[in-house]
Design a protein around this ligand. Structure first.
Ligand code: BES
Ligand code: ZN
Length: 642
């Protein structure tokens, strides 16, 4: 029931093309970039000496011990004279390493670094020529593996079955997969995963037929990804989930109690894929499915190929947050098809994606909504630059050496990237820019890239040595410089004219928008209004706002978050129970950390409240979210998590 319809609906040719499990010889091996910009300081791998080209996982999920265990068979390509391969690990428990024929291979596990984990160095057997060699690692993950979140039934929507999901980006997959965990080392992969019934396993690759009964109440699920991907994109989830079709190649997985609402919210998906293809060419991954995860998922969305992972908090009942889907879908080009070689080029994934997201939004929902999103990005860039200081190196799009690979989520990559590309589009014209971007994706499909390569391509295809155009574009200022270059394309002031006037009226003399007017606003407009309000407000003002606009009952979590944030910042007691409920229910770090921070920064009022709420909510949070909040409220971890 669950798998047949997927295959049945695909045109035969497409299905065959992505059926997976290609013979070794037909898999394309992606190049390794050797430029200075491509260097990844967060891997132990030395890919120019020996690199992994393919990963085959055979793993069992154990919901009692919170571990995965089994084997990873790696295809390794080594240069002449190289007799070892270095892999990344973070807490993996290795019980043995052999070659493809079962002969034991020597290996050592190096000293562990808190961020990078530890290297595994495996001696390679003698070989002839440049043939691929197999290395088979028998291992288990630790119960606290950072990429994996094991949820108890109470942490799911249905409340009856456990759930597991992985989150690889940025450098977490080394806690469950022993491979070279670097975005510039692309690998094809396949996997066979067993799980207890009635759980269904899904992965970021193409499902290989019906699950197989393997006895003892367990089933095996098989997947393959024949396009090489950066290893942070290998992802899995397992739970009591069902699938619903959205279009000929798109669908959604969710727990049964969430499936109807998810399907309704995601109804525009197929139109978005069509729009994206019309802009940048074919969607090259076969299926586009999504999975709606339990609320502790620490992000809004994650672009795992063929299977975007989504927070359930995006469901608003009116499709107002589906910009999130446009964003994750856009990564099927920027990020997944062409990927930054090093974490320092975060904007090549996230900035290009945010720009592409706005183009999809424009095509599907119209210019006004796209203009509004651009105004929001521009605003948030201005705020971020003002806060950091315009000459702060963190505001450069190519981030300074040593920047945490998780910090690609900062404004410099998303918002500055969007404003940069919009500015270039404005200067060279949309037609020429679209043609350029299409060739960028075609020329580097399934390959790594750097900032330098992007700028070189722009100069080759668009600037053609025209010095006047070069001066107007200010390319290097954008990518390597700090702050906002002076040629930045300002947003259309009309985008939020009505909303901004309403916010100004409230600030001036307390005039509130009419409830009818407020309800007619889009999610983006409501958010803009709340963001334009003064930072400091009195309790009577907050009560008045809430009563007039029904903020605490708003079904859009983005709006609800802004309300609770304003309330906490202003020490508004009546909102504390709802803040506690929200923080207990939601684990999305974008909401969670700012709320704790707002409480914490009030000092004596909010600190005890924050610690009280955190004490009961922390066990339900993902390790990423815990890491952020621990730092805000000064939490000391008592024992390694399990
Ligand atoms: N790839 C990111 C999430 C990410 C970034 C995870 C860096 C780990 C490290 C994803 O595509 C993303 O940008 N998510 C945003 C969506 C938003 C910009 C629409 C999020 O989760 O809020
Ligand atoms: Zn993204």
């Amino acid at each position: 029931m669950r798998f047949a319809p997927l295959a049945a609906l695909l045109p035969l040719a497409l299905f065959t093309a992505c059926k997976g499990d290609l013979p070794e010889t037909e898999r394309v091996i992606a190049p390794i970039l050797t430029s200075e910009q491509a260097f990844d300081e967060f891997t132990y791998a030395r890919p120019t000496e020996a690199r992994v080209t393919h990963v085959a996982l055979d793993l069992a999920l154990d919901f009692d011990s919170h571990t995965v265990a089994g084997t990873a068979t790696l295809d390794v390509q080594a240069a002449d004279g190289v007799d070892e391969v270095v892999l990344d690990s973070n807490g993996l428990v290795i019980s043995g390493v052999t070659d493809g024929a079962g002969q034991a291979l020597d290996f050592t596990v190096g000293e562990s670094d808190p961020e990078k984990g530890e290297p595994i160095t495996v001696s390679l057997p003698a070989r002839t020529g440049d043939e691929l060699q197999q290395v088979v690692i028998t291992y288990a993950s630790e119960p606290g593996a950072e990429a994996l979140q094991w949820l108890s039934p109470e942490q799911t929507a249905g409340g009856e079955h456990p759930f597991l999901f992985s989150q690889g980006q940025a450098i977490l997959n080394r806690s469950w997969i022993p491979t070279q965990d670097s975005p510039g080392i692309r690998q094809t992969w396949e996997a066979r995963i067993t799980a207890p019934e009635p759980l269904t396993v899904v992965m970021s690759g193409i499902s290989q037929g019906e699950p197989e009964d393997v006895g003892e109440g367990r089933r095996a699920f098989s997947f393959a990804m024949d396009n090489s991907v950066p290893p942070y994109l290998i992802a899995m989830a397992a739970g009591n989930i069902e699938h619903a079709e959205l279009g000929p190649r798109s669908g959604v997985w969710a727990e049964p109690v969430t499936l109807a609402a998810a399907t309704e919210e995601l109804a525009d998906t197929e139109a978005m894929i069509d729009a994206a293809e019309a802009i940048y060419g074919p969607y090259r991954w076969g299926r586009y499915d999504m999975i709606v995860l339990p609320p502790s998922f620490p992000y809004g969305g994650m672009e795992n190929p063929t299977l975007t992972f989504l927070t359930p908090t995006f469901i608003a009942g009116d499709r107002s947050n589906t910009g999130l889907v446009a964003h994750e879908l856009a990564h099927s080009w920027s990020g997944n098809l062409v990927t930054y070689a090093s974490w320092r080029d975060g904007w090549l994934n996230e900035g290009v994606t945010s720009y592409f997201e706005s183009r999809i939004t424009e095509a599907v929902f119209g210019e006004k909504r796209a203009e509004q999103e651009y105004a929001l990005s521009y605003n948030s860039l201005e705020t971020a630059v003002a806060e950091a200081g315009a000459d702060n190196p963190v505001t450069a799009m190519r981030t300074p050496e040593g920047t945490s690979p998780f910090d690609t989520i900062g404004e410099a990559s998303y918002d500055k990237g969007t404003v940069f590309l919009r500015t270039v589009e404005h200067i060279v014209g949309r037609e020429a820019f679209d043609e350029f971007m299409r060739s960028w994706f075609d020329d580097h499909a399934f390959q790594p890239a750097t900032s330098e390569m992007f700028l070189a391509a722009l100069r080759e295809h668009l600037v053609h040595g025209d010095q006047e155009l070069e001066d107007r574009l200010m390319l290097d200022d954008w990518v390597y410089g700090t702050g906002i270059p002076e040629n930045a394309l300002a947003p259309d002031p009309a985008a939020f004219a009505e909303v901004d006037a309403a916010a100004a009226a409230f600030v001036d003399d307390g005039t509130l928008p009419l409830a009818t007017e407020w309800r007619g606003w889009t999610g983006a407009e409501q958010q803009r209004f709340l963001r334009e309000l003064p930072e400091v407000m009195t309790a009577p003002q907050l009560t008045q706002l809430n009563e007039a606009l029904g903020l605490s009952g708003n079904g859009n979590n983005e709006v609800l978050f802004l309300w609770l944030h304003a309330a906490m910042r202003n020490q508004y007691d009546p909102a504390v129970p709802q803040a506690a409920e929200f923080l207990h229910r939601v684990g999305r770090n974008k909401f969670v950390s700012p709320l704790y921070r707002a409480m914490w920064e009030t000092g004596g009022w909010g600190r005890p409240i924050a610690r009280r709420i955190y004490a009961t909510s922390r066990p339900g949070y993902h390790s990423m979210t815990r890491g952020s909040v621990d730092a805000i409220v000064g939490w000391e971890e008592e024992a390694p998590n399990g």
